[in-house]
Design a binder for this molecule. Structure first.
Ligand code: UD1
Ligand code: UDP
Length: 437
């Protein structure tokens, strides 16, 4: 089996590292195509070292450009690479410009796409990432979703349930594998100015490209009576300098600014942090994985499980709300304990194996191919049925071989996550009926 992984930014490298390692351990071929969206050593190469990854087979070297240029050039370059490499499947992870380009290019070349961390929705189409993840999902064949809730987002968009696999999130694999090494090996302990601190990261365009929001966040952290360690993303540094806010942070006694950290150093930093303050997607997931309360500098999250399990609070970006939430968590022991002990919704750290096993099973059954229109000999449409008998999804589909259940609504009209053993009695289903060559 030959699997291509298209990646380009820091979180994609971190979250695909366990998948790449697992593929290589099974002695399958893994072609790594780096788009070069992140290119500084501290945003890219350092992670290949820390996570023990092979050097990429290709680097498109796209660098910093407008989103449209990044996407169109990556698609253009991928055409030649993918046409010459004859891979069985392309994997992309997450919601960056790289992911959109990788998914669309592969789809147009009729190469199946597996989307890792598929199905996330913030329902905020002003976020560039929201459009990227919707379009990447639209181009995919296999959907690896972290939780049941994310799977439901896809069912609501009429994705076939038999293509959706709940695998957990590979960030748990990465965290579990590297935490002990980080605690032993990281040299950061010699550089930290504080023993007791809050770790801060931010880089989201809606915060750092908006001067008003940026200065509210800066006001909050300057004003807090807690120490803060802040590894600054290059995008954020540029915005802080342009807004004339960078110097005040460098000079503040309660704030330690660092360069972006490698994975081992960053894990070390998180492990010692009392609270995590962030607008990062991956860091919200790491916070619950490491049992550290998280305050998120956003008004919406495509990771609602972190909030519903009690580990994360959305504070938005006003100075008052940020300070209020952090102070409450740090000063109220019951709140602190409750948030620290939330149950991790992102799985048991075996996501990479689950993803690999699905791909392998499709490959071995000859199913890694995009179903072309002329494979479908008859399309009978979508039908709505009320089910009164004792039957599960698996039994229904076994009896009605040319049907796939698209959606299941319970008697309250709520959409349910579809699994083979889901009982259908007294529920309404939407079924797609067709015949295939
Ligand atoms: C990108 C993703 C975002 C993801 C983040 C992870 C998109 C639309 N955004 O945001 O979803 O959460 O990566 O960190 O794909 N820069 C450097 N050196 C680098 C990389 C970037 O200096 O190695 C600076 C450049 O000034 C660049 C800016 O950061 O213009 C933004 O980089 P870009 O990759 O476009 O977006 P990110 O903010 O990194
Ligand atoms: N991270 C890191 N060093 C840092 C900041 C973050 O290694 O200085 C890691 C962090 O552990 C997480 C990932 O980067 O796994 C998150 O990436 P980022 O916040 O850039 O992107 P997002 O997850 O928001 O897309």
């Amino acid at each position: 089996m030959k699997i291509a992984v298209v990646l380009g930014t820091r979180p994609e490298i971190i979250k695909m590292a366990p998948v790449i390692s697992h593929i290589l351990e099974q002695e399958d071929e893994c072609l790594i195509i780096h788009t070069g969206q992140h290119y500084d050593t501290q945003m890219s190469r350092q992670f290949f070292i820390d996570l023990d990854l092979p050097i990429p087979d290709y680097n498109i070297g796209i660098g910093s450009k407008s989103a449209l240029k990044q996407i169109s050039i990556i698609i253009d370059e991928l055409e030649d690479i993918l046409e010459s490499e004859c891979v069985d499947i392309v994997l992309v992870q997450g919601d960056t410009n790289t992911v959109l380009a990788g998914a669309v290019a592969s789809n147009k070349l009729k190469i199946p796409v597996g989307h890792v961390e598929s199905g996330l929705r913030s329902f905020d189409k002003d976020m560039p990432e929201e459009i990227n993840r919707i379009l990447a999902d639209d181009s995919s064949m296999l959907y690896f979703v972290p939780t049941n809730e994310t799977g439901i987002n896809l069912l609501n968009e009429a994705v076939d349930h038999d293509r959706i696999y709940v695998t957990g999130n590979t960030i748990v694999d990465a965290c579990n594998r590297h935490k002990e090494i980080a605690l032993k090996k990281s040299k950061l302990k010699d550089e930290l100015l504080f023993d007791d601190y809050i770790a801060l990261t931010m880089h989201r365009a809606e915060n750092v490209d908006d001067n008003q929001r940026l200065s509210q966040i800066v006001d909050a952290i300057l004003d807090l009576e807690y120490n803060i360690v802040f590894p600054v993303h290059p995008h954020t540094k540029k915005s802080l300098v342009d807004a004339g806010l960078y110097e005040s942070l460098v000079e503040a006694e309660n704030i330690q600014i660092t360069k972006p950290l490698g994975y081992l150093d960053f894990l070390y930093l998180l492990c010692g942090s009392r609270v995590i303050l962030t607008d990062s997607g991956g860091v919200q997931e790491e916070a619950v994985t490491l049992n550290i309360p998280c305050v998120t500098l956003r008004y919406s999250t495509e990771r609602p499980e972190t909030v519903s399990c009690g580990a994360n609070i959305l504070a938005g970006s006003t100075s008052v709300e940020i300070k209020k939430n952090i102070t409450r968590i740090l000063e109220d022991e019951i709140v602190y304990e409750g948030m620290s002990n939330a149950v991790n919704p992102y799985g048991d750290g075996e996501s990479s194996k689950k993803i690999y096993d699905v791909i392998k099973s499709y490959h071995d059954r000859g199913l890694l191919r995009i179903r072309k229109l002329n494979d479908i000999t008859r399309f009978n449409g979508y039908h709505l049925y009320s089910i009164s008998s004792d039957v599960t999804v698996g039994e229904y589909e076994k009896t009605n071989r040319n049907s796939t259940i698209q959606q299941v609504f319970n008697s309250d009209g709520e959409s349910e996550f579809i699994t083979d053993d889901l009982e259908l009695k007294n529920k309404t289903i939407i079924v797609k009926e067709f015949e295939v060559n």
